[in-house]
Design a protein around this ligand. Structure first.
Ligand code: TRP
Length: 335
């Protein structure tokens, strides 16, 4: 039996924070160790171009994110780890799919619709600032998924629609030409933790409430000290279930340590003490990855080597798939 192909992309924008680690990186690294799965994890750097046109930032962010995944325990010998822009078949497939994707389908994509709505509300032309890249984003994403005929695509809720569009596009292609594509499905983790940020809302770059993943221990401590709490004094019982400090604690602690801290909250542990313990717990888990991260950031050539090996290992597969697609649509040699 062939293994299940599980594929997901990471847009290479921004600096990874604790919420990315708990919600995406840590579970994906764990899942990639499953023997029944062929994991495909890639840096979606073409997708990053949609949001960012600053070349230095595009390059820096890509390196940071590659180093973060490797430092967090991703084993590139087991999982396919590669950069989207190193697989030229992705963009070739993207064009062929573009010619088969209904424009009406793309009009319904959330990201595009949100941009148009923001323009309308701001009294701008509806197309203001909207590139063809943003509009066609779901087709590129479909190409990412279909080029390796992925079965499962683990994503956050905001991306389910895009995976369904990929499925639609694949189905239409199979129907019009020949059965080339596996129909992918979105998989949304039921138990994926959504970490709270400094202000108690979901930790997110757009809220400016994040804790950077691989800052120095001092920075980590400073961030944790900034987590919002209520004004209860030491000795006064505290409710663990509405406290961000406890929520982050629970994402890093063993079951027994979680329950111990729950008891300490009810017994009135002071905020200062709870934060001190939280810092120590998180810092212990991050210490080794942080060190590996620093090493990788200091030797980009090593990261590059891993990515080149990843692409090289996969290209026979992407080339073979693209050959079938080209043949199916009539792009053939004459003799
Ligand atoms: N668009 C996804 C995001 O922003 C990233 C992504 C790009 C992706 N291509 C993909 C995810 C293919 C899954 C499969 O999160």
């Amino acid at each position: 039996m062939t293994n299940k192909r599980v594929l997901t992309g990471i847009t290479t924008s921004g600096t990874p924070h604790l919420g990315n680690y708990v919600g995406a990186i840590r579970p994906a690294v764990a899942a990639s160790l499953d023997a029944d799965v062929d994991a495909y994890l890639f840096l979606a750097d073409y997708h990053a171009l949609i949001k960012c046109q600053d070349p230095e930032q595009v390059a820096q962010s890509s390196l940071e994110i590659a180093a973060t995944w490797l430092a967090s325990g991703l084993n590139p010998e087991r999982a396919h780890f590669y950069r989207q822009s190193d697989i030229p078949e992705v963009t070739e497939l993207s064009w062929i799919l573009t010619c088969n994707a209904a424009k009406g389908l793309m009009n319904r994509a959330h990201a595009y619709k949100a941009a148009v709505q923001a323009n309308n509300e701001g009294g701008e032309d509806p197309d203001f600032g909207i590139t063809m890249g943003l509009f066609s984003y779901p087709v590129l994403m479909a190409a990412d998924i279909l080029i390796f005929n992925a079965h499962d695509v683990p994503v956050g809720r905001d991306q389910i629609q895009h995976v369904e569009m990929a499925r639609d596009i694949a189905q239409r292609f199979n129907h019009n030409f020949s059965e080339v594509f596996t129909l992918p499905q979105a998989v949304v983790g039921e138990h994926v933790a959504v970490l709270q940020g400094l202000d108690g809302r979901k930790m997110s770059k757009s809220y400016g409430n994040t804790i950077p993943l691989f800052g120095t221990p001092k920075q980590l401590q400073k961030s944790i000290n900034k987590i919002k709490t209520n004004l209860l004094e030491p000795g006064e019982p505290k409710n663990p279930d509405d406290a961000t400090v406890f929520q982050i604690w629970a994402a890093f602690a063993s079951d027994s340590e979680r329950e111990r801290m729950r008891g300490d909250f009810l017994a009135g542990i002071g905020w200062g003490e709870a934060k001190k313990q939280l810092f120590e717990l998180v810092n212990v888990e991050l210490a080794e990855p942080r060190e590996r991260y620093m090493e990788l950031m200091a030797s980009p050539a090593r990261v590059e080597e891993v990515l080149q090996a990843g692409a090289e290992r996969l290209r026979p597969q992407s080339k073979a798939l693209l050959e079938r697609v080209r043949d199916a649509v009539g792009l053939r040699r004459y003799a």
